[in-house]
Design a protein around this ligand. Structure first.
Ligand code: BTN
Length: 242
């Protein structure tokens, strides 16, 4: 693995995407930054992280012989790679809030932003961005956010956590083609609030009670409704209400 450590940058994902345009990068080229000035999150949001306290990293990987119609498996593999690294660090109550928020108990401690550049039907390159709150103690105005520190009461060597996450990611990505079934099983077993009655809001703003039964391979969330029907939802069609 090749690590590039930056002091400050707009976004590690943007930096790595730009580098990939100019150079032939090795797989598992990892970029980390002490601080991001324009960190990006899911669905156009920004990702704010206290400088020097947390992990902000991006990993480059070029896939071949993978069905680009089935890219959601990559989200699942990255999510369980992070959970597995954090389990080893004894972080309590780890789950994945669909599709890929990393949770400890009820707090979001990490997020994933994967940006793919599809080359052919079976070939694509990915920049896998990971933001993990490590030693940050305060999350003003973000009642649902936490860090490894707030949830475990321990401070961590963030570079060490970064190496553990990168190694775990390498293991999962190398098994993507052969262990696809295992990845799905683990991802589904790790889902936040699976099997528990939960309040959701649909795309029309209507609230309903349902129970998560799992996620399908195309990335849809399957929810059991009170009338016993199971419906599948895409990312823009449902939100879980805390
Ligand atoms: C989310 O919204 O949950 C995803 C957050 C992803 C943040 C990481 S930090 C490293 C990489 N660079 C970015 O600009 N974003 C990702």
């Amino acid at each position: 693995m090749h690590f590039i450590k930056l002091d400050a940058i707009g976004s590690t994902n943007d930096y790595l995407k730009d580098l990939a345009k100019r150079l032939a990068l090795d797989n598992f080229t990892v970029v980390t930054a002490e601080s991001q000035t324009a960190g990006r999150g899911q669905r156009g949001s920004s990702w704010n992280s206290e400088p020097g306290k947390n992990l902000t990293m991006s990993v480059y990987y070029r896939f071949s012989d993978v069905d680009t119609q089935r890219l959601f498996v990559l989200n699942a593999a990255v999510s369980i790679a992070i959970v597995s690294a954090l389990k080893a660090a004894e972080i309590p109550n780890l789950t994945v809030k669909w599709p890929n928020d990393i949770m400890s108990g009820k707090k979001k401690i990490g997020g994933i932003l994967i940006e793919n550049n599809v080359k052919t039907a079976t070939e694509f390159e990915s920049v896998i961005g990971i933001g993990l709150n490590v030693n940050q103690a305060n999350f003003e105005g973000l009642p649902n956010a936490g860090s490894l520190y707030t949830e475990s009461g321990r401070l961590f060597e963030k570079d060490e956590i970064g190496i553990q996450v990168a190694q775990s990611l390498k293991k999962q990505l190398l098994s993507l083609k052969t262990e696809d079934g295992k990845i799905w099983k683990e991802y589904n077993e790790s889902l936040f609030r699976k099997g528990k009655p939960t309040v959701f809001k649909d795309e029309f703003g209507k609230q309903f009670m349902g129970i998560i039964v799992g996620a399908s391979r195309d990335g849809l969330l399957k929810i059991l409704h009170e009338d016993d029907s199971v419906k599948s939802y895409g990312i823009k069609q449902v939100a879980m209400l805390y």
